[in-house]
Design a protein around this ligand. Structure first.
Ligand code: CP
Length: 333
């Protein structure tokens, strides 16, 4: 494997093989598999899980890793193209990325959503510019429109819990958040659940429709897998029979990049906070999923996060096993 950028680049059988490997590495560790290998990790936006789980994954496989992020004591990093660097930044990403890559056998890159142009973010413009700067194997650790590592871990989590693939009902629900957040996780998640063959409903208030391109990609995955995709603002209809309620906030695509307009649109939507009544007509043992970090009492009630429905810690732990499988396939000789 030369690149782990998007689950859509793989056949379902290849994902199944990755998840089988993840499960094998979970029960039968291979502490020398990647001895002598180095993973470079470049974070252009904050992280807890991705940073820690990649480092832990490499260590558990016998390799090593190093982390570079702008808030470390490195020279200020300039990311804009065609700029005269007469400000604070002393180093351009165009030199920094190939230098960092030259120390590693593979590189993980976390970019961020500029959230200025929906078109640019849907095209993953910044991440694609970064990935052009080096020619070693690359892992997308979250870009403007994708988070394949999260999706692989979420797929494993549902497999671990025996959540049905065909006939399993997956609700991706918008949740309130005081700030406009990127589209990476909702885009990746709706595609992942469709590719897994589930009946996927995107539940969101008016104005927070996912972009057409995101829905189109998910529909294509559903057509291949035998799943289905729908989108609604009708909470009662969406939640009936759900096996999974996956919460995430995202910015309004109608007002993409316009924070005041987005803020006005989300005003009054504070009741989009997942709580026990949301599960009233769901499957009896329906689960709550979220990629974390999550704001307690805003996105989801404490009693859900602290109760038996929540699988958020399993999802986070599965990040490590899923990424061990990716690294194993990418770097094992
Ligand atoms: N879910 C996730 O990617 O978490 P971090 O932002 O902490 O890495």
């Amino acid at each position: 494997m030369k690149e782990f950028h998007d689950l859509a680049d793989f056949q379902t059988g290849q994902i199944d093989a990755l998840l089988e490997l993840a499960g094998r590495l979970e029960t039968n560790p291979e502490p020398q598999a990647l001895a002598g290998k180095v993973l470079a990790l470049l974070f252009l936006s904050p992280s807890l899980r991705t940073l820690a789980s990649f480092q832990a994954a490499m260590t558990r496989l016998g390799g090593g890793s190093f982390v570079i992020s702008p808030n470390m004591s490195i020279h200020g990093l300039e990311t804009r193209s065609g700029i005269v660097m007469d400000g604070m930044a002393a180093e351009h990403i165009r030199e920094a990325v190939p230098v960092i890559a030259s120390y590693g056998d593979a590189i993980g890159i976390r970019a961020f959503a500029e959230r200025e142009s929906l078109e640019d973010d849907l095209a993953d413009k910044q991440f694609n510019e970064l990935r052009e700067l080096c020619d070693i194997p690359k892992i997308n650790m979250e870009s403007a429109i994708n988070h394949p590592c999260q999706s692989l871990a979420d797929w494993k989590t549902m497999n671990d819990l025996n959540i049905p693939q065909q006939g399993g009902k997956f609700v991706l629900s918008w949740a309130y958040h005081p700030r406009a957040l990127p589209l990476a996780v909702p885009s990746a998640t709706v595609h992942m659940a469709a590719m897994r063959g589930m009946d996927v409903t995107v539940l969101r208030p008016e104005g927070f429709e996912l972009p057409e391109a995101v829905m189109h990609k998910a529909k294509q995955a559903a057509a291949t897998s035998g799943g289905s995709i729908s989108e609604t603002a009708d909470r009662a209809a969406a939640l009936e029979g759900a096996h999974i309620i996956y919460a995430k906030s995202w910015s309004s695509t109608r007002h993409y990049g316009d924070n005041p307009a987005d803020e006005e649109l989300r005003h009054g939507l504070e009741d989009w906070c997942i709580d026990e009544p949301w599960f009233a007509t769901a499957q009896e043992n329906a689960r709550f999923m979220h990629c974390l970090p999550v704001r307690r009492g805003v996105v989801v009630a404490d009693r859900i996060l602290d109760g038996p429905r929540s699988v958020v810690i399993q999802e986070a732990r599965n990040r490590m096993y899923a990424q061990m499988a990716v690294l194993h396939q990418m770097l094992r000789n």
